[in-house]
Design a protein around this ligand. Structure first.
Ligand SMILES: O=P(O)(O)OC[C@H]1O[C@](O)(CO)[C@@H](O)[C@@H]1O
Length: 541
């Protein structure tokens, strides 16, 4: 069997031909959505989610070819192999077992002779009593005061997923405990956090799989300095979440607690491991974190078991590849019509772009064109007042609308113009996806709407912890299915290394100047030399 290569598969040419047809006047979305039973035929329900792709620029011929592509790329087998613990991260010779972190079934997940699931369960059993002891004031800071502030110290996957979930479930949070994020090495991030916390009552959760990420290590060092400066022993205000054997694993032996993460879960897939487990159990209570895990598990089971034509994340992935590689849309926006989901796009940005922003396939063959999609987004209705002008009359881009039927709050919504706030929100969500698809001609070109702008609508019944877990797992599976169709490895991220190495060289020059004022940056290229001079002079001239 010849090795699958996305751009060389016969289906690729046939799909390009379909894209040409789809760009013709007979296939304007206004016509596609008018077809009989359009929504029934172009929607799916599963894993506690409703997925409507009736306003995507596809018809049955396109979908049939995309499902054939699923077979050609052997997507189902690869996804099952990943779930079984095979080393699908071929460039790093690692498994990708983020789903094992929320699997409550008894079946093991063996990796190199170890049961990964048992190791993950052990960490959960460590988190549960720890978070309870902090809530009950049995574990306190070094002055005996209960903790009232938790600060996550981490960057990328070591905080983005947690920030998304914490924001989504803020309504359920323990009001006696605030949660902040110290990710950026920019001193303004630290100063902002430091201004809001009470050091004696603060627990710093240092999260770094490698324990070598400079931003996180610099912040950890700064925390220790400032805690010591106010007479506190930082070790009694710090827990670590890191991989076994990392520089942080030994710890100082004094940390309040040390929790493990593992090399078989990548950072951007780690929010259901201790990376999210420690801060979210402190902020929301362990039981709600577990409910979040159960929602994710429900979508995992759907992604693993549903046949392709009923499989929500697989369908979404096929449409993602169709839009990016055949209809030529380089971006996709994620627009949740739900204020609690306002941090979702930032997490999916890393999840999807760090996974699929690749130019070679898993076998090392250069792709004819890079894989991946640029992700951005803001919640609706806000997005209507920022980038929807371009969405309607500028360069078209697909949108994932996300709707929630029942809000978290029972507050009186009033009846402005005869409707409550949630109804007003939905009127806008449906209006936007409709207007983008249908358009509206006008004799005045400035007031003409071309329409034919694709979108999907993803609906959950509520924003309980389970639903947030479902959405998370939906986007993780979608990302991975997309990668398997493109034939790439979604689990490595070598693209982040060059910047780090280059920063290291400049850091060395700066440190030399800090030691010796006569150091003149003569070894630095002229452009960067000018910037170093501006920085050390504090002046533009
Ligand atoms: O958890 P660590 O090792 O500090 O890495 C932080 C982040 O940096 C990256 O390695 C690169 O962005 C991410 O994959 C990861 O989530």
């Amino acid at each position: 069997m010849t090795k699958y290569r996305f751009h060389h598969d016969p289906l690729h040419r046939r799909l390009l031909e379909q894209a040409g047809r789809m760009n013709g006047p007979d296939c304007h979305l206004e016509r596609l959505v008018a077809a009989d039973r359009r929504l029934d035929a172009f929607s799916a329900m599963g894993g506690g989610v409703f997925y409507d792709f009736s306003r995507q620029r596809v018809d049955e011929s396109v979908m049939d070819l995309l499902f054939e592509l699923t077979e050609a790329a052997d997507v189902g087998r690869q996804f099952a192999a990943m779930a079984a613990g095979e080393k699908v991260n071929v460039t790093e010779n690692r498994a990708a077992l983020h789903m094992a972190a929320r699997s409550f079934s008894s079946s093991p997940a063996m990796v190199d002779g170890r049961d990964a699931k048992a190791e993950l369960q052990d960490v959960l059993e460590q988190i549960r009593p720890f978070s309870k002891a902090v809530h009950q004031g049995e574990i306190t800071g070094s002055t005996g005061q209960a903790f009232s502030h938790v600060v996550v110290v981490g960057i990328g996957g070591s905080y983005l997923g947690t920030e998304f979930v914490a924001c989504a479930l803020e309504a359920f949070a323990d009001k006696n405990l605030s949660l902040d994020f110290l990710a950026n090495v920019d001193i303004h991030n630290f100063s902002s956090v430091w201004s809001r916390i009470v050091p004696e009552k603060t627990l710093w959760v240092v999260i770094s799989k490698s324990y070598t990420t400079v931003e996180t290590m610099a912040n950890e060092d700064l925390i220790r300095r400032h805690m010591q400066a106010v007479g506190l022993n930082p070790a009694w205000h710090m827990v670590t979440v890191t991989s076994k054997g990392s520089p942080g694993d030994q710890g100082t032996g004094q940390e309040l607690a040390a929790f493990h993460m593992f090399d078989f879960i990548g950072g951007r897939y780690s929010v259901t491991s201790a990376v999210g487990g420690v801060p979210l159990s402190l902020y929301l209570g362990y039981e709600r974190f577990e409910r979040f895990l159960k929602g994710a598990e429900e979508m995992d089971r759907h992604a693993l078991e549903a046949p392709p034509k009923d499989n929500l994340p697989l369908i979404a992935a096929l449409i993602g590849v169709w839009n990016a590689s055949f209809l030529g849309y380089p971006q996709t926006a994620i627009v949740p019509y739900a204020f609690p989901l306002r941090k979702l796009a930032a997490h999916i940005q890393q999840l999807n772009m760090e996974s699929n922003g690749k130019s070679v396939d898993a076998a090392g063959n250069k792709l004819d064109e890079p894989a991946g999609t640029m992700i951005f987004g803001e919640p609706g209705t806000n997005a209507q007042h920022s980038f929807f002008q371009l969405a309607h009359q500028g360069k078209a881009f697909p949108i994932d609308f996300i709707g929630v039927l029942n809000p978290q709050t029972q507050l009186d919504e009033g009846r402005f113009k005869g409707v409550g706030h949630q109804q007003e929100l939905w009127a806008n969500l449906l209006a936007q996806s409709t207007a983008l698809a249908m358009g509206k001609p006008s004799d005045d070109p400035a007031r003409s709407f071309s329409g034919n702008r694709p979108s999907s609508t993803i609906v959950v019944e509520d924003l309980e912890p389970e639903s947030v877990g479902r959405l998370l797992a939906f986007y993780e599976a979608k990302t991975i299915f997309e990668a398997f169709v493109w034939g790439i490895n979604p689990f490595d991220q070598f693209g982040v290394e060059l910047g780090k190495v280059t920063a290291g060289k400049l850091r060395t020059e700066m440190a030399a100047r800090n030691r010796d004022e006569a150091h003149d940056f003569s070894e630095v290229d002229p452009i960067n030399r000018r910037y170093l001079q501006m920085l050390f002079n504090g002046r533009l001239d």
